[in-house]
Design a binder for this molecule. Structure first.
Ligand code: TZP
Ligand code: MG
Length: 531
């Protein structure tokens, strides 16, 4: 990039403030809206928990084609895919940063005075940050104030563009440019302002920049909705949906015992895009929403989805997502009834499904003392699959598949319904959590019987390798979407041949002190998306 073009990118250099009340994502949105030309993530107390917000900021910047710089931490810069790094005086890591981040990375260094400038090897350095030009409360260990004259001296001698920093706001920005700075760097003038949007706008204006409208992931919402619906299946081929999406609402044909359910899937909590394709996310969203219909003995009829899309989402992403939704709906003979799109900070899906219920509606409260507690198939696998994705261990594809693409057990539900099983639910929160729901609702206690558990061999292999007790994992792992049901043992025996893979996990007794007993020590409820 020609130097002058690069210097333009330094004009309005916003640095996040992790100590401010405003979230760093919001700070970046405000700065970008005001025209910020470059953004730096600076967090002296960074921990792994912050990684997702760093990723979110990188995405916000990428959508506006604004370079994203990480302060100090080369490994973090590399991990998040930052466009560059800013290193302090004492760091002397420029060569290492170049090696790790590659030849196109932007590398900046802090240089306060002419003496420092002369003592610093700026080979491979693209710009310097110079200051504090004015008093600042933001960096307690800052060097003495250098003033506009100090800035001018450094700017005059620097072989690379200079960004002024320290105590800069809209009122003194122009003075910094006049002193030779290519850009101004600000923290508190925005993050601690009474009205951050206003302060950022004024700074943008002082830099001679225009505010920008943050780009949405699509150019034309209606066109995208039309394309998405076309990909997802218009619903018109499904007799239950008489007027499919396209009008203000969908008109459904009369269908018996309408059952409705809803679910939410949020990136970072329920799924992660780096682990799953958009198509898989769409397919999974349908499966887990329909799983609640299966657990209610309802046959799926219609599906609705409201999407919230972060700025970097492409039209192709949306279409791929709908392709996954369409594929899953078609496999269940259900259609898309409608939905909506909006932009937002993270990808999330609000899901709604309509189904036609059977002659009985199973309840969590219908477990009786003396019943056995059963599951329709292997459990604990999805949580192991989630761990595999998190750690990058791809030696257990069946476990990963289970997490990514669970199936709603309509086949098993039909058998249970035909045998009048009155207490059913799907296992999304894990056996421990979901059995507790049954015990609480039915005023009983569930006693786990790990000796009866059938351990899936994929699970066994994984647990062997990682030194995990498979029974504990089966009790605590969620997201398997098998059905959990209670019924008299004779009834289970009568239908067992039609339920290959089903097995007993416990018994239901009169209410005791605790809702669940018999779990191995240390077993806890499942937390979605947390391996
Ligand atoms: N380096 C020199 S001064 C400073 C840094 C990081 C703080 C700038 O913050 P503010 O709030 O814009 O004065
Ligand atoms: Mg459920």
């Amino acid at each position: 990039m020609p130097e002058s073009k690069f210097a333009e990118q330094l004009r309005f250099y916003f640095i996040v403030d992790c100590e401010a009340d405003l979230s760093v994502e919001r700070q970046v949105e405000i700065a970008l809206t005001a025209g910020a030309t470059i953004v730096q993530y600076r967090n002296k107390r960074f921990s792994g928990r912050d990684f997702e917000s760093v990723e979110a900021i990188r995405r916000l910047c990428a959508a506006q084609q604004v370079p994203f710089i990480v302060n100090d931490d080369i490994v973090l810069a590399r991990a998040v895919g930052a466009d560059g790094i800013h290193l302090g005086q004492s760091d002397e890591k420029h060569a290492l940063a170049r090696k790790i981040l590659g030849k196109y990375a932007i590398i900046g260094a802090s240089v306060s005075t002419v003496e420092e400038l002369e003592a610093t090897n700026l080979t491979g350095c693209d710009y310097i940050g110079t200051g504090p030009v004015f008093e600042t409360g933001t960096k307690p260990d800052a060097n003495p104030v250098i003033g506009l004259s100090g800035l001018a001296r450094v700017a005059e001698r620097s072989p690379v563009p200079v960004v002024a920093i320290g105590g800069i706001a809209a009122q003194n920005a122009q003075q910094c440019f006049s002193a030779g700075a290519c850009g101004i760097s600000v923290i508190s003038a925005i993050t601690r302002a009474k009205d951050p949007e206003y302060a950022a706008r004024e700074l943008g204006r002082a830099c001679g920049l225009f505010p920008r409208t943050l780009r949405t992931p699509w150019d034309d919402e209606f066109e995208l909705i039309a394309k998405a619906i076309e990909t997802g299946g218009s619903g018109s081929e499904f007799p239950a949906i008489r007027i499919p999406p396209g009008d203000d609402a969908a008109l459904f044909a009369d269908f018996p015992n309408p059952v409705f359910t809803t679910d939410t899937q949020r990136e970072g909590i329920h799924f992660r895009r780096r682990w799953q394709t958009m198509e898989e996310i769409g397919q999974r969203a349908v499966a887990i929403t329909f799983s609640d219909l299966a657990a209610s003995y309802a046959q799926p009829v219609g599906f609705f989805v409201n999407l919230c899309l972060p700025p970097e989402t492409t039209e192709q992403d949306v279409i791929d997502l709908y392709r996954g939704i369409g594929r899953a709906l078609a496999s269940h003979g259900a259609g898309l009834g409608g939905g909506n799109l909006s932009s937002g900070p993270v990808l999330s899906l609000d899901l709604f499904a309509a189904g036609s219920g059977g002659r009985i509606f199973p309840l969590r409260s219908a477990a009786l003392p003396g019943d056995g507690l059963y599951v329709t198939g292997p459990i604990g696998l999805a949580r192991c699959g989630l761990e595999c994705l998190a750690t990058g261990d791809y030696a257990y594809p069946a476990l990963i598949e289970r997490y990514k693409l669970p199936r709603a057990r309509f086949d098993a539900a039909r058998v249970l319904r035909d045998h009048d099983v009155a207490c059913v639910m799907d296992i999304s929160d894990g056996l421990f959590g979901d059995a507790s729901h049954i015990a609480e609702a039915s005023g009983t206690t569930v006693c786990f019987e790990p000796d009866h558990f059938i351990i899936d061999w994929n699970l066994e292999a994984y647990c062997d390798a990682y030194g995990i007790d498979p029974a504990a994992r089966m009790i605590s792992g969620g997201d398997d979407y098998e059905l959990l049901f209670a019924c008299p043992p004779e009834r289970f025996e009568a239908m067992q041949s039609q339920l290959p893979g089903a097995f007993r996990v416990g018994s239901v007794t009169d209410r005791q002190e605790r809702s669940c007993t018999g779990a191995p020590g240390g077993v806890a409820s499942y937390r979605h998306g947390k391996p």
